[in-house]
Design a protein around this ligand. Structure first.
Ligand code: BES
Ligand code: MG
Ligand code: ZN
Length: 498
């Protein structure tokens, strides 16, 4: 929780531990800064020159000063060039601000908000980004430390009185979004012994209860009976049962379109009998990041009330080896009747998503489907940690997701999703094979084409978050551990649906 108040009183008139303001590249000492240089820090200009701080994007400057008879921090945040209009600069500056405030133990921060137009946005967006990003930057996974590390902050946001209503509106929705992102991160960061399949299912039921959503739970016996041979096959090696959770948000609007979000929920991916090498297994508690993302998207959307219906599906399982586990060479039959040869039990995400996608399409007939999954190491290697891989043959939907990515900073990049790759997953003994023929390489794309067999007619986008879900370096509002990739994105797609 962060408390935000909006004020139109001058920055230095507030009682605070830190005073922060944005400066454009090659700024001059004017306004507040001129006053500060005259009355409080006579050496300011020399200090700025010594530290070569010129207001460049992704740079900041902190200096201590006496104010109100106490030492305070003055923090200048580089806003970059005037014509850049890049809101990501604003996000990263806020991330740096929160880090500095933590480091210097500043609890109360007076922040002069920049002109929204400087970053190419409106006041409401500025408010929203402010709460989303400060909340994200404040997140610590401190569950298992004896002493908690999350710092409580209070922000006084100094802005024009005329912006107050819009800013407040943005701050309120941003608090919902930022909280949802952090809830997803926390679930992902929790060890797999804590977030087991049944625990993840329980979290879904908690969200449904809190938000008044319809929830349907299928347990392993029903999953087997319904013919969901993909999800069942992946769960066979584990003593813990698999689950399929469906959550529904219904808009009050008549005949609202329905969007379906499907998220991969492997609470631990050992690879199964095609066991991963130790190093690749270390972070595999994160393999339920897709499920966490779709769950927290609907959690937020149920509070933001967009005029669309949302269906969320979370196929949930562990992927472990044992005497009961699915073996390479096994052939399984999915909910839609298709069969697959399982050549590699580590390509399990596509198996559980297959059943979930065809179940959702059949029973909800949605206007669009988006699946989110830590699906392939290939995608993580292709793009590294900064872009989610997007695959689709539905240009309009792909465009909508791209625009949401541009607005939110939850970035995606399209891979060539061309029919030529389809042949990679041919099998001699079943309808398809769960790994691509090596001569086609392109592991992220061939995984996408495996999923395509389970979407008959619905516009569909596949998002591979293997690279972006966890351990993203350098971005000031993330930390080591989960990022909450795709939460902001999905929320934005639903809120801006036309
Ligand atoms: N969970 C992994 C993908 C992954 C890798 C996520 C690295 C995050 C970081 C997935 O289930 C997997 O193991 N995929 C295999 C597929 C292969 C056997 C075709 C992979 O990418 O190696
Ligand atoms: Mg099992
Ligand atoms: Zn795997």
């Amino acid at each position: 929780m962060i408390n935000y108040t909006i004020s139109s009183n001058p920055l230095l008139a507030h009682k605070a531990d830190a005073y922060a303001l944005f400066v454009p590249e090659d700024f001059k000492l004017t306004g507040h800064l001129k006053d500060i240089a005259q009355d409080i820090i006579p050496d300011l200009e020399a200090l700025l020159a010594k530290h070569e701080f010129t207001g460049k994007a992704q740079s900041s400057f902190l200096v201590h000063m006496m104010h109100d008879k106490e030492t305070k921090c003055l923090i200048l945040l580089g806003a970059g060039k005037h014509n850049e209009k890049n809101v990501e600069i604003y996000r990263r500056a806020l991330g740096s601000l929160v880090r500095l405030a933590e480091q210097y133990q500043c609890k109360k921060i007076a922040l002069e908000l920049p002109e929204p137009s400087f970053f190419g946005i409106k006041a409401e967006d500025l408010g929203q980004e402010t709460s989303v990003v400060t909340l994200m930057a404040q997140y610590h996974f401190d569950e298992f430390f004896k002493e908690k590390r999350v710092k409580e902050f209070e922000f006084v946001l100094v802005a024009d009185e005329a912006c107050r209503t819009d800013l407040q509106k943005g701050l309120d929705s941003g608090s919902i979004i930022g909280t949802a992102v952090n809830k997803a991160r926390h679930m992902i960061d929790m060890p797999s012994e804590h977030i087991t399949p049944s625990e993840l299912a329980a979290r879904a039921k908690e969200v449904a209860k809190e938000r008044g959503l319809k929830v349907t739970e299928f347990k392993e016996a029903e999953i087997v009976n319904m013919g969901m041979g993909g999800l069942a096959a992946v769960s066979k090696g584990s003593d813990r049962d698999c689950h399929l959770m469906i959550l529904e948000y219904k808009s009050e609007k008549k005949n609202a379109p329905t969007l379906a979000f499907v998220g991969k929920g492997i609470t631990f991916d050992s690879g199964g009998l095609s066991l991963k090498p130790a190093q690749y297994m270390e972070t595999m508690k994160e393999d339920m990041s897709g499920a966490a993302a779709v769950l927290e998207a609907i959690d937020a959307l149920a509070q933001l009330n967009p005029p669309v219906n949302i269906v969320v599906a979370m196929p949930i399982s562990e992927n472990l080896p044992s005497g009961k586990a699915t073996k390479p060479g096994d052939i399984i039959r999915f909910y839609n009747g298709k069969t697959a040869e399982v050549r590699n039990t580590d390509a399990e995400g596509r198996l559980i998503l297959a059943d979930a996608l065809s179940y959702v399409e059949k029973h909800y007939n949605p206007d669009a489907m988006i699946d989110v999954a830590t699906l392939t190491g290939a995608c993580a290697y292709a793009f590294g940690p900064f872009f989610t891989g997007m695959m689709s043959q539905h240009h309009d939907l792909e465009q909508k997701v791209q625009e949401a990515a541009n607005r939110t900073g939850d970035r995606v990049w399209s891979l060539p999703f061309h029919d030529d790759y389809k042949a990679a997953i041919k099998s001699k003994i079943a309808d398809i094979c769960n790994i691509g023929n090596p001569s086609y390489r392109a592991g992220a794309i061939t995984a996408g084409f495996f999923l395509q067999h389970f979407v008959e007619k619905t516009p569909w986008v596949h998002l591979d978050i293997a690279g972006t879900a966890f351990d993203v370096p350098d971005i000031s509002y993330y930390r080591a551990g989960a990022t909450g990739a795709a939460v902001r994105l999905l929320i934005d797609v639903a809120r801006n649906w036309k």
